[in-house]
Design a protein around this ligand. Structure first.
Ligand SMILES: [Cu+2]
Length: 319
């Protein structure tokens, strides 16, 4: 069933709790498949069994057997088991068993129409004071730089970086309307409500590089425009050189339609490519006219890369 779900569009899982969510999805889909086939067959049976030619007069007493009631009870019991045995324990772990903040990466995520503001506490690990009156285009969080704790705080817009293998706690809030924070690859989705701070947590298990390797596919190139339009939205996962050694497409670079003839001239007919942003934050709540562009990018790094990135972001503060 998992294979089938992946085939139908279930993305790869890149979080430690993801397998439980996927198992739940698989079990629910099995139940739905059984119900669909079962009730469909039952419906077909009743159409034929109680057809007009065989039953010219209505039977006002109706069915005496209790088989359908027992079936109905059986389905209800199975659904109760799904709920109590699978869904509730899974959800309880998500909302009750938060890791301690000392062992986690803690980040604030402030949604607005139509962007995700990401607030890192900086080296001191403390989030600085924010004030609604200080909010401006340059200061979307309203961070009070006079506040001692705020001096080293770093923020980004639509770019969430996290270290791999370490729990991440995200404190979600909204400046305006209800949004929904969703990262399908991390099996995370949570509505973001103005006036409330709602935490979510997860542990990423794959770095963005590993994810790119896992999701890269081989594409056959040709002179057909349609396939090349698709390719131009991707980046190459490998370097491709001409016969004389000149690089035609570099690794991690976009594949421009202009280079396709050169690739073909050099006997290259297949190219390994991947989405430039394999992991995205999608707003999953219709939040206004710009909802479609409320998209953030997630980069999962090794601990060292993450620290280096944070240090680099912090270095811009001095300038
Ligand atoms: Cu939104």
């Amino acid at each position: 069933m998992q294979q089938l779900l992946h085939y139908l569009g279930l993305p790869l899982d890149a979080s430690s709790h993801g397998p439980q969510v996927d198992q739940m999805l698989a079990v629910v889909h099995w139940l739905m498949l059984v119900l669909f086939v079962g009730w469909g067959a039952f419906f077909g049976y009743t159409l034929i069994r109680f057809r007009k030619s065989r039953n010219p007069r209505a039977d006002y007493a109706g069915v005496k057997s209790h088989v359908s009631s027992y079936l109905e009870i059986g389905v209800a019991v199975f659904e109760a088991i799904l709920l109590v045995g699978f869904a509730v324990p899974l959800w309880a772990e998500r909302v009750n068993e938060f890791p301690s903040e000392g062992d986690a990466t803690v980040v604030r995520v402030v949604a607005e129409q139509f962007a995700w503001n990401i607030h890192y506490p900086g080296a001191d690990g403390k989030f600085g004071r924010t004030d609604i009156k200080l909010i401006s285009a340059e200061n979307p969080l309203g961070l009070d730089r006079e506040d001692h704790d705020a001096k080293d705080d770093v923020f980004t817009v639509n770019q969430l970086n996290l270290p791999v293998g370490k729990p991440a706690i995200l404190r979600l809030s909204s400046k305006d309307v209800i949004h929904s924070f969703g990262i399908p690859l991390l099996r995370v989705k949570q509505d973001v409500i103005p006036g409330e701070v709602i935490p979510v947590w997860f542990t990423p298990t794959l770095t963005s590089v590993q994810l790119a390797d896992a999701t890269a596919r081989t594409y056959t190139i040709s002179m057909k425009d349609t396939s090349n339009a698709l390719l131009s939205a991707l980046v190459s996962r490998e370097e491709y050189r001409a016969k004389d050694g000149v690089v035609i497409v570099s690794k991690d670079q976009p594949i421009s339609p202009d280079v396709i003839p050169f690739l073909l001239q050099n006997g290259i007919t297949e190219i390994v490519a991947v989405s430039p942003s394999p992991m995205e934050i999608a707003c999953a709540q219709l939040c206004g006219l710009g909802h479609y562009r409320m998209r953030g990018y997630v980069t999962i790094q090794t601990e060292e890369e993450y620290r280096a990135w944070l240090a680099q972001e912090a270095s811009y503060l001095q300038e």
